[in-house]
Design a binder for this molecule. Structure first.
Ligand code: ADP
Ligand code: MG
Length: 470
């Protein structure tokens, strides 16, 4: 019989901050620069005699993240030197934070945050068969690190946390957090235990370049550890750093884990200590945070739209705003608001994907179209056609419907006349319906649609038919 196992995951997420210049010098911070080694200067190249200067904007970004997470903003903070030798770190140490991070505590998606601190990014290395190339454009770019408590219990929960954090960074405008571009990098610490009161040995998995990769790596690693425990080889789980091979779909051992003392951390004597509550108006910064993703989600939920639509409008600020502008025209009419939400998340999202360069219809015209659907002036089929046309032709939907002959006939007088004739021509079918054959009514409605060339409103036609037959 297999035992119960308790997985535990803690995440470390790095994000490159959006600033004009680097963390400690005035070289450009340009993640889109493709020419290597152009955004560099004596400071980020570690020439002797140069001195770092703190980028205030980067500190401000981290404080805003901390406030959004409900963490505590340190009064006293300082930068430390994390010493190690590698070609991507020209000074021989990375400026980071050790004992006094800018943010302590906080919570996101129900996951407790340990800390958020600020450091500098390393250069990027490109290992080729003929040797290794180093590009220093990235060296010294402001890098924020968030560390969670070991409280996450599944790959899905880890993925959801990372996605929500990315959305938060984008909402705050502190990072583009594009994982494919390496602007956001996730490391997962993973362990498993058969004792709920005792953590197992953890491994740290690196090179997770997408949310999917992070989830797959965590699942893979939990399975690997579980197999070792089941075979009685628990001692073979060693504390180490492992890499993720996305092609193979497996993790591999990289190196044994180094400990904090290996880095010989000490406060950087070249940088001033910071008193954050003196240097920043923290209260004001808190009051001026934008609407946060979870607040937005709560607000969208009040419209009574689907969870899926809520998520689309929360994730995509442009669509969210568009939906709210359409909704504001309908005031409290939840039925129309729901219709609008459906058409925006299906049809409009589709047209935006297929024709990204074409302008979308204005809010007022989309609202007009929704009104026409709600009032039965057009069929849902016609609505889809009109909406497609409106993508690129922002015209009055009434006018489009008229020109294309898509208006449904709800004019009772005209329909009555038509239906009288149909009843007279289909006496046996009418008789069958009277004897209880429901399908006959459908046939008669079909005849009305046929004679009217699809322009009759089926609901109105049905009502007239029933009245006239009885
Ligand atoms: P280290 O000193 O090895 O860097 P930390 O205590 O700083 O370890 O934790 C680093 C990360 O590992 C944090 O995100 C933390 O939540 C996570 N972590 C710590 N212990 C475990 C464990 N047993 N299983 C899974 N994750 C863990
Ligand atoms: Mg650590």
């Amino acid at each position: 019989m297999s035992k119960k196992y308790y997985p535990i995951i803690g995440l470390e997420i790095h994000a490159e901050l959006k600033t004009t210049t680097k963390m400690f010098c005035n070289s450009k911070n340009d993640p889109d620069e493709t020419q290597p080694n152009v955004n560099i200067c004596p400071v980020c190249m570690a020439h002797p005699g140069t001195l770092p200067v703190i980028n205030k904007k980067a500190v401000e970004h981290v404080i805003r993240v901390g406030l959004a997470l409900g963490g505590e903003i340190a009064d006293f903070t300082e930068f430390d030197r994390k010493n190690y030798f590698y070609p991507d770190i020209p000074k021989g140490y990375q400026i980071s934070q050790y004992k006094y991070p800018i943010v302590a505590g906080g919570n996101l998606n129900g996951v407790a945050i340990t800390r958020v601190h600020l450091e500098e990014d390393t250069a990027s290395s490109n290992h080729t068969s003929s040797g290794s190339l180093v590009d220093f454009n990235r060296a010294g770019v402001p890098l924020m690190e968030l560390v969670t408590e070991p409280v996450i219990k599944s790959a899905e929960e880890a993925g959801a946390f990372a996605r929500e954090f990315q959305l938060l960074l984008r909402t705050l405008g502190v990072s583009d957090a594009d994982m494919e571009k390496g602007q956001m990098r996730v490391e997962a610490n993973i362990s498993i235990s058969d004792n709920p009161d005792k953590f197992g040995t953890k491994v740290e998995v690196k090179n997770l370049n997408s949310f999917k990769a992070a989830e797959k790596a965590i699942k893979y690693e939990l399975e690997r550890m579980k197999d070792l425990l089941e075979e009685g080889k628990g001692e073979e789980i060693v504390q180490e750093t492992r890499g993720w091979d996305d092609n193979k779909g497996s993790t591999f051992s990289q190196r044994s884990k180094e400990s904090a003392h290996d880095y010989r951390y000490f406060p950087d004597p070249d940088l001033p200590k910071l008193k954050l509550h003196q240097a920043f108006d923290i209260k004001n910064m808190k009051e001026n945070l934008p609407e946060l993703p979870w607040q937005k989600r709560d607000r969208f939920k009040k419209y009574g739209i689907s969870d899926e639509a809520t998520e689309i409008f929360t994730q995509n600020a442009m669509l969210g705003e568009y939906f709210e502008n359409v909704s504001s025209i309908f005031k409290e009419d939840l039925a129309k608001i729901k219709l609008a939400s459906n058409y925006i998340t299906s049809d409009i999202v589709g047209h935006l994907k297929n024709k990204p360069d074409v302008t979308m219809p204005s809010v007022i015209n989309v609202a007009g179209l929704i009104n026409m659907i709600a009032e039965g002036k057009i069929s849902s089929r016609a609505a889809k056609d009109i909406l497609e046309y409106m993508h690129g032709h922002d015209e009055d939907p009434e006018k489009i419907a008229e020109e294309k002959g898509l208006l449904q006939k709800s004019d009772e007088g005209e329909l009555k006349h038509m239906i009288e004739k149909i009843i007279a021509e289909n006496e046996t079918i009418v008789a069958e319906y009277k004897q209880g054959k429901e399908a006959s009514l459908q046939y008669l409605i079909g005849q009305v649609m046929k004679v009217s060339k699809g322009s009759a409103n089926p609901q109105v036609a049905k009502n007239i038919l029933l009245k006239m037959i009885q």
